[in-house]
Design a protein around this ligand. Structure first.
Ligand code: CP
Ligand code: NVA
Length: 328
């Protein structure tokens, strides 16, 4: 039997294929339970602290709602309202939080911070996004794929389009490697994954039969079940926007790209938030002040029947709930 009690959730690299399978099955059960309105408070009396060094809508709200649904209490701290990092070291902060809380979520920059939080706090730590990983997003995405693609995960081909050197692309490389999936990173050479990340993922893939490819050739997207993209400049990289627009405009996801998969059933996925139109101040300012079109996907694709982006967003909550229930 699988028992994840006391484990941290820092990266999918730390989890066996069967353990990821267990978390996906638990997510599906918890989603069905919520749909039926059943409440049995699996986290009754637990206290969870949410640390955010970067902004968030989905991740923060998913943790808060998931915790409350199961009877846990949360504290939200951002860097302006706590001593962490400025007046108190990470080690001391972790030791204090470990005395108060049963679990710690962290979103920020370096992966080492989640590792150190786990090391010093002595309680499970959940990675809510770093510069090199976003493992809770992958669980939500895998659940969404299972709900929309009539194939087992190890028969699914996913094409990640655009900035294939970011946290989402890396998280997918590890996730696909673990689940024996076919992953294609499709983007400009300048933004291909680091070779050390590819090597690490390929080592896992050797055991699971996963296929991991990197390309700028559109022929390679043929037969894709999933076209996935993300914004062109991640949080903290906003100064790179002009450069990214130059490199990534040929990789904007449009209907032509979906057609090039030659799969009429192909689904479109995106972790969100998205600049699919000029409604946000960032997209509008980029266009008006710098003459940059930062849309990583057309509005037509985003709103098409292929798009499952809001199912994906909902599944953040069910899968994060599963991670907390399993580890706490
Ligand atoms: N996908 C995701 O992590 O969204 P937030 O940045 O809103 O948390
Ligand atoms: N790559 C994006 C993901 C946001 C959920 C970022 O890091 O900003």
């Amino acid at each position: 039997p699988i028992n994840l009690k006391g484990r941290s959730f820092l990266t999918l690299k730390d989890f066996a294929t069967e353990e990821i399978r267990y978390l996906l099955d638990l997510s599906r059960d918890l989603k069905a339970k919520k749909r039926k309105g059943l409440k049995d408070k699996l986290l009754d009396g637990k206290n969870i602290v949410l640390l955010f060094e970067k902004t968030s809508t989905r991740t923060r709200c998913a943790f808060e709602v998931a915790a409350l649904d199961e009877g846990a209490h949360v504290t939200y701290l951002d860097m302006n309202s706590s001593q962490m990092g400025k007046k108190e070291s990470l080690e001391d902060t972790a030791k204090v939080l470990g005395r108060f809380y049963d679990g710690i979520e962290y979103r920020g920059f370096e992966q080492k911070v989640v590792e150190d939080l786990a090391k010093y706090s002595g309680v499970p730590v959940f990675n809510g996004l770093t510069d090199v990983d976003h493992p809770t997003q992958i669980l939500a995405d895998m659940l969404t794929i299972e709900e929309h693609v009539a194939k087992p995960l190890d028969k699914v081909k996913i094409v990640f389009v655009g900035d294939t050197r970011n946290n989402m692309s890396y998280a997918w490389l590890y996730g696909c490697a673990k689940m024996g999936m076919h992953f294609v990173a499709y983007g400009p050479k300048e933004l291909w994954p680091d070779s050390s990340v590819l090597d690490e993922a390929n080592k896992i893939a050797e055991k699971t039969g996963a296929i991991l490819e990197v390309t700028d050739d559109i022929e390679k997207i043929k037969g894709a079940d999933v076209i996935y993209t993300d914004i062109w400049a991640s949080m903290g990289e906003e100064d790179k926007l002009a450069d990214r627009v130059k490199l990534l405009t040929p990789f904007r996801v449009d209907m032509e790209m979906l057609k090039a998969t030659q799969n009429p059933e192909v689904i479109f996925m995106h972790c969100l938030p998205s600049f699919h139109d000029f409604e946000t101040t960032m997209a509008k300012n980029a266009k008006e002040k710098m003459n940059l079109d930062i849309r990583e996907v057309t509005d037509e694709v985003f709103r098409s029947k292929h798009s499952v982006v809001f199912d994906e967003a909902e599944n953040r909550m069910h899968t994060i709930k599963a991670v907390m229930v399993a580890t706490l």
